[in-house]
Ligand binder design. Structure first.
Ligand code: BUP
Length: 454
């Protein structure tokens, strides 16, 4: 007897770092015969989100769209001015509007997949309607362990923040200095988003992670055998998620003219803007490194505020001196395609988790420079997997001005480290195997889909 493929509604929250894994997962599930509804909240914070959403529905006409308007949220005494965090909260305060829409979808939903940042508001609505909820955790398994442990177990274990390490059963110790500083302030919106959403996890049917067995095996095992916390649902490693059609077909002819493995790629993700001074030091560093470079430069957190010309940020003389050796772009690039290019030999990255998994997929060595949030814990995961190195002395983004000489030296070291390059290549090989027939991630994803067939 053939069972019917499931109908799954996916609900991303705000920011490209959250939207990207959802678009990929939606495309991957649709190509495995699932009926997919993608829920999109209006308005979006960044222009990148709205253009990607529109392009996605044009590229995948069989994926249904369920759009809803969020109720504007502007607190009188905000603990953060980060528009992405405020948007998480706006969505959280608006999701009740989705209840009637969810129950009227046809065919009836087999499951919903919620972004973690809205899990504690959206998950209970789906569960009330007897629809199982999966949660996408858009970060490392290691950061998941840390946050669930802090959120669900801290009072029992009474961790003191003066301690040097967080000791989580089954995991190597996590230095307290890796915890994002806002987490220490219980009133901070970031802390409450992280910790309160994690409290929903025990009621989820499963957690979907953009990681793979061989990349974070120790942590995934500790999570799945109940050592981290016995109340967590199964953790499903289904990464590295494959790029959707939107991410393909971009060419930078300049890259084609460069030698194999000779170019360092620099990007700090979609929502990190360094100070002007740090940007100039980074430019000096790239020049000092002597390496060819492709640098995606952002000067504001939200792309619509980014209206400075390159010449206003970097000196004309820098651009002139490096014009034959490097490219600086301010536009959105197709990062997956760049990392896949044979000319790329290293990646200076903030260690946003999507970027990490993309580097892993293509076996590109990483020089980690975590800026905020989950990125230090992710940088640890990168090092532990053998994909890269992290210069701890550089601190959180903005903590100190890192001089060009230091940057240049570390970039040169990474680009000439053959051992690192070989280890990173092996990680890429493991990532490829995860998606072969019977590969670890393919099996896990098919298991989730099979479990939802009726
Ligand atoms: Br910028 C930029 N092109 O020009 P992360 C980013 N990306 O494809 P973040 C591009 O956006 P969070 C660009 O490949 C990755 O998939 C990149 O996500 C893509 O970092 C995504 O790496 C960025 O997780 O998000 O943006 O800081 O804070 O949520 O980790």
């Amino acid at each position: 007897l053939r069972r019917k493929p499931p109908h799954i509604a996916l609900f991303p929250s705000a920011g490209m770092g959250h939207l990207t894994p959802f678009l990929r997962l939606a495309a991957m599930l649709a190509s495995r015969s699932c009926t997919i509804t993608l829920i999109t909240a209006n308005p979006t914070v960044s222009a990148a989100e709205s253009t990607h959403i529109s392009a996605f529905f044009s590229a995948y006409p069989r994926i249904n769209r369920l759009e809803f308007e969020t109720i504007p949220y502007s607190p009188t005494n905000p603990t953060t001015d980060d528009p992405f965090f405020l948007q998480f909260e706006a969505i959280n305060r608006s999701v009740h509007l989705l209840r009637p829409l969810l129950s009227s979808l046809s065919p009836p939903l087999s499951a919903v997949v919620s972004d973690f940042a809205v899990a504690s508001s959206f998950g209970p609505i789906a569960n009330d309607l007897s629809i199982p909820t999966y949660v996408v955790w858009p970060s490392s398994a290691r950061f998941l362990s840390l946050i669930t442990y802090l959120s669900l177990s801290i009072s029992e274990n009474s961790l003191k923040f003066g301690d040097e390490n967080v000791e989580i059963p089954g995991l190597s110790p996590i230095p307290v200095s890796c915890i994002p500083p806002p987490v220490f302030n219980p009133n901070h919106l970031f802390a409450s988003i992280l910790l309160s959403n994690a409290r929903f996890f025990p009621k989820a049917k499963g957690l979907l992670l953009n990681t793979f067995d061989r990349f974070e095996s120790e942590t995934i095992d500790a999570l799945n055998n109940g050592r981290v916390l016995s109340c967590l649902p199964p953790v499903h490693p289904i990464g590295p998620l494959e790029p959707s059609e939107l991410e393909k077909g971009h060419r930078l002819p300049w890259l084609d003219d460069q030698n194999v493995g000779s170019v360092v790629y620099i990007s700090f993700g979609s929502r990190t803007a360094m100070s002007k001074d740090q940007i100039r030091e980074l430019g000096n560093g790239l020049e000092i490194s002597g390496c060819a470079f492709l640098w995606v430069l952002k000067t504001s957190k939200v792309d619509t505020d980014d209206n400075e010309e390159l010449q206003e940020v970097l000196e004309e003389s820098f651009l002139e001196r490096t014009k034959n050796r490097g490219i600086v772009v301010k536009e959105w690039v197709k990062q997956e395609e760049i990392l896949a290019h044979p000319a790329i030999g290293g990646f200076v990255s903030h260690c946003g988790w999507n970027s990490v998994t993309e580097a892993a997929r293509h076996g590109v060595p990483v020089l980690a420079w975590p800026q905020h949030g989950d990125q230090r814990v992710n940088a640890e995961a990168v090092e532990r997997a053998g994909l890269g190195v992290w210069v701890r002395e550089w601190g959180w983004g903005g903590e100190r001005l890192v001089r060009g000489e230091e940057i240049g030296e570390k970039v040169r070291e990474m680009m000439s480290d053959r051992e690192l390059r070989n280890r990173a290549r092996e990680v890429g090989e493991e990532a490829r195997k995860a998606w072969e027939l019977n590969g670890s991630s393919e099996k896990v994803l098919m298991g989730v889909i099979d479990g939802l067939k009726t």
